[in-house]
Design a protein around this ligand. Structure first.
Ligand code: DAH
Length: 339
């Protein structure tokens, strides 16, 4: 009996399980109803009294050993499979969701890229401005309606500190602080005291352009804007310039592109005119040059300003300005940036 026990103990010590089934078979073999341990306890009855103590100890040693082996291997396999934890460690991971760029950022980056390619630098100015940079230096008369609280958010009425209503204020700062040749665009956020609707918002974005040098002409302005329109909306894009008025340019114009929805035939987006207005522009008024310390006898220049929301609306067929600011991911996920 002792020899048998020694043999089983050795077998137990050497036992290695590769699967949970191996462990179960091992358990049945030793601890099952008709298993080895029960048989041994049967045999134990016949062991002579003087040997009982020694054999009994070995028998208990074997039983403990078996139980430990089973527990050890069970815990190893149960941890690494789904049976106990419900987690399948071999299944592929959750894909990581990356964000997308905001359509206004995409269009702003495209505008910057287009003008960069023809030598324009990028400049920025403050959103909180004074009357001089937003109005006075730009030739706005004192009684101009834009200076009214109805249109402008004033921060300090006495000192006339306000939220800029257009990025044209940056051209004043650039001209005050640098010497021609100047060739720069200024993207940024602007603010107007408007009720929010599908077509108007109190916060929006513009890109201002400024080119000052000797002999800059209206033909240069036209060529620059034509290049921009073709790069932005496609090689076959048609443009037209209509005479207009801005206090800071003379002559002034507004630029339209042929409606890309109806191809110029007329639809409800272009209000059946076949054209869509996209920017204001003109030759910088000599008064403005002089206000900013640039000799208007020696230098001329052109300026233009466009709304980023408007360009993005035309490019993507967006029909409500409020969508830009609501940050609904179902809207935002639709736009893919190439820049
Ligand atoms: N500042 C004008 C606006 O907010 C846009 C503009 C028009 C800018 C003509 C210019 C320009 O530089 O020459 O409506």
């Amino acid at each position: 009996m002792l020899e048998k026990l020694e043999k089983y103990i050795k077998e137990n010590q050497e036992f290695v399980a590769n699967t949970l089934d191996d462990v179960e078979n091992f358990r049945i073999k030793y601890l099952g109803k008709k298993g080895i341990v029960n048989d041994l306890f049967e045999d134990f009855k016949n062991v002579p009294r003087e040997n009982k103590k020694e054999v009994g100890q070995k028998l208990n040693e074997l039983k403990t050993l078996i139980q430990n082996k089973i527990n050890e291997f069970k815990s190893v396999f149960e941890e690494s499979t789904t049976t106990k934890t419900g987690i399948d460690l071999s299944s592929p991971g959750e894909p990581f969701k990356t964000g997308t760029r905001h359509p206004l950022s995409i269009v702003r980056n495209e505008i910057i890229d287009i003008f960069n390619r023809i030598g324009f630098t990028i400049s920025e100015g403050p959103e909180i401005e004074d009357d001089w940079h937003v109005f006075s230096a730009l030739n706005f008369p004192d009684e101009h309606p834009a200076r009214d609280m109805q249109d402008t958010f004033f921060i300090d009425n006495i000192e006339r500190i306000l939220l800029r209503t257009h990025t044209s204020s940056v051209q004043v700062r650039i001209m005050e602080n640098s010497k021609p040749p100047i060739r720069t665009i200024s993207p940024g956020r602007v603010f107007r005291n408007e009720a929010i609707s599908a077509r108007a918002h109190c916060i929006f974005h513009q890109v201002e352009g400024l080119y000052i040098d000797e002999n800059v002409s209206f033909a240069d302005l036209k060529q620059t804007l034509m290049f921009f329109a073709k790069e932005m909306f496609g090689e076959n894009t048609k443009i037209r310039l209509r005479p207009s008025y801005f206090p800071f340019t003379e002559p002034s114009a507004e630029m339209d592109v042929a409606c890309n929805i109806c191809g110029g035939k007329g639809c409800n987006v272009c209000k059946y005119s076949g054209w869509l207005e996209i920017l204001g522009c003109g030759m910088v008024d000599p008064n403005v040059l002089d206000n900013c310390g640039i000799d208007s006898k020696k230098y001329t220049g052109f300026a233009f300003g466009m709304g980023i929301e408007r360009i993005a609306m035309l490019k993507y067929g967006i029909n409500d300005l409020r969508l830009y600011f609501e940050n609904d991911v179902r809207f935002l996920n639709q736009f893919k940036a190439s820049l």
